[in-house]
Design a protein around this ligand. Structure first.
Ligand code: 5RP
Length: 226
């Protein structure tokens, strides 16, 4: 069993009957969805899930997990998702997929947001390994890019997987993948992006993760927000 699978199984064990559970997106979230489906089948726990993406919704459906539409939800008990980067104080970078908006919405609406990572996701500062994904209204991308460049940002529009066109988010936005100098803290970047017209959402998740689960020396370590 790999580390992603290990943390996902651990997370699934924390789910209790009656919970409304948010399902993240990505390979780690997929392991969680599988483990949750096993508990439903084997132990008969009764939960309802809300998916953060079409991919997770289809996976959950195929495994027989009861689903509610996000439109009908105000609050969740638990949201479980992976991340691309995590700092020692549980700030995350997410958004290599195309469903950043729902991911942050569900994280914010949950009583507990549990983040599943392996050691490779640990960073000293946000933006160390990946550019910051910034979803922009399609007509605003040039204006937003210029504003970001004035703040020292470098980058451009994300390409689709084939590399022959642009990546489009689940809701039709374009995605700027931007790098910034290490002198820009995640706090500064978060505040600046939250306040920029034309930006739909971005990949910095500050003050959202309740607990990060990470395998260390064969054990799953839980790092709670201080
Ligand atoms: C998608 C995400 C994923 O959670 C993140 O990319 C981690 O993916 P994986 O679990 O496959 O390593 O933020 O937008």
């Amino acid at each position: 069993m790999n580390d992603k699978e290990k943390v996902a199984k651990y997370a699934a064990q924390t789910v209790k009957s009656g919970m409304l559970v948010g399902l993240g997106t990505g390979s780690t979230a997929n392991y969680f969805i599988e483990s949750l489906a096993n508990r439903i089948k084997e132990e008969g726990i009764q939960i309802t899930a809300v998916a953060s993406s079409m991919v997770s919704m289809i996976k959950a459906q195929s495994l027989g997990i009861p689903l509610a539409a996000i439109e009908n939800i105000q609050q969740l008990d638990l949201y479980v998702d992976g991340a691309d980067e995590v700092t020692a104080d549980n700030v995350l970078l997410k958004g290599q997929g195309s469903d950043l908006v729902k991911e942050k919405l569900l994280a914010r609406a949950s009583k507990q947001f549990m983040v599943l990572v392996d050691q490779s996701k640990k960073v000293e500062r946000i933006g160390e390994k990946f550019p910051i994904p910034i979803e922009v209204m399609p007509f605003a991308w040039q204006m937003v890019k210029l504003q970001l460049e004035k703040l020292g940002g470098q980058g451009g529009l994300r390409q689709n997987q084939k590399g022959d066109g642009l990546a489009i988010s689940a809701y039709g936005s374009l995605i700027l993948d931007m790098t910034f100098t290490p002198s820009m803290s995640s706090h500064q970047l978060d505040a600046m992006l939250n306040n920029m017209p034309g930006v739909v959402e971005h990949g910095i998740f500050r003050d959202l993760a309740s607990v990060v689960l990470m395998p260390e020396n064969g054990e799953v370590k839980t790092i709670s927000r201080s």
